[in-house]
Write a protein that binds this ligand. Structure first.
Ligand code: NAP
Length: 282
């Protein structure tokens, strides 16, 4: 199959590596010429250039630019594509992308979100096997042709990902809880520590920081651009989860202030039991 990747970064590059190893012919388009040249040099894609004309005979194209660059990339891409081409994306937020594609009238589009990543970005961060055993969410809507869904699902399956289907809005609400809210909380944790007024205390804390801080601060110390994109494109779901979290925090503050250790203990028993219901924590 001739597969196009638009945006040769962490996700686009990692997809290209795995799909090319399976024998597909990989075509890459990226903003910078150096990135295109590097991708060919490293054998990540067969051909690459900054111009969308390269996608003319692609059968499936993965849109892997940052969310903010997606609309402009799609506008340049569509006039170059064969009418039978299947488009899919990898964006961390689904409803705005699915709506955007409906507005431009490309029905052969399947929203997708491979739920794998790391703190680093760009082509240098791309790696083989990034999607193995990770969730890959597909968000077809009523008008999505079943053949397009099957094609994208088969490619995702070939990466050894676990496929989930849901509607775009449900995806966005779910990822607000388990991906976007944690970034904001983790960032707030780091910011709160850094605001400690006593320089000797914060210095000591920085020296003593160990596994607990490493685990809870990891996502807040990631790519700022990605965090802003989550908030910008998933604003209402994120806001809802942030407000619910603030309520929980207020209850916790109250338990501590009132020395209500029993209430605090009950809450911590509930969270200890509840955590195991999240797949990754089993
Ligand atoms: P990334 O590493 O920054 O890669 C995006 C690449 O797109 C950049 O390296 C840039 O390459 C290229 N690019 C930027 N603007 C472009 C344009 N107008 N046309 C063509 N190429 C352009 O970002 P990423 O982490 O792979 O994220 C890409 C998408 O994956 C986002 O939609 C994000 O929501 C989604 N996602 C990310 C993660 C994660 O954890 N990182 C996980 C799942 C999904 P050059 O400038 O070098 O050419």
């Amino acid at each position: 199959m001739r597969i196009g990747i638009v945006g040769l970064g962490l996700i686009g590059g990692s997809l290209a590596i795995d799909l090319r190893r399976q024998g597909h012919h990989l075509l890459g388009v990226s903003r910078r010429l150096e990135t295109c040249q590097q991708a060919v040099r490293q054998g990540i894609v067969d051909q690459a250039e900054p111009e969308m004309g390269l996608m003319a005979d692609a059968e499936v194209v993965f849109l892997c630019t940052p969310l903010g660059a997606l609309a402009a990339a799609v506008a340049q891409l569509l006039p170059q594509l064969s009418p039978a081409a299947i488009l899919t994306d990898v964006g961390s937020v689904k409803a705005p992308v699915v709506d955007q594609m409906a507005a431009v009238g490309w029905s052969n589009f399947v929203g997708g979100h491979p739920m794998a990543g790391k703190a680093e970005s760009g082509l240098e961060a791309a790696e083989a096997g990034l999607f193995v055993d990770r969730a890959y969410v597909l968000t077809p809507v009523e008008t999505t042709p079943p053949a397009a869904v099957e094609t994208v699902a088969a490619l995702a399956q070939s990466l050894h990902s676990q496929i989930y289907y849901c509607d775009p809005a449900a995806h966005d609400r779910a990822v607000a809880w388990i991906s976007h809210l944690p970034v904001m909380l983790s960032a707030s944790l780091i910011a709160a520590c850094l605001a400690e007024p006593d320089a000797s205390v914060i210095e000591l804390a920085q020296s003593l920081a160990s596994s607990g801080f490493r685990d809870t601060s990891r996502v807040g110390g990631g790519n700022p651009e990605l965090g802003v994109m989550m908030a910008r494109y998933n604003q209402s779901a994120l806001l809802e989860s942030l407000l619910a979290y603030r309520e929980q925090l207020d209850q916790m503050i109250q338990s501590v202030q009132q020395q209500n250790w029993l209430e605090l203990e009950q809450k911590l028993i509930q969270t200890q039991q509840g955590r195991s219901k999240f797949t990754i924590c089993k």
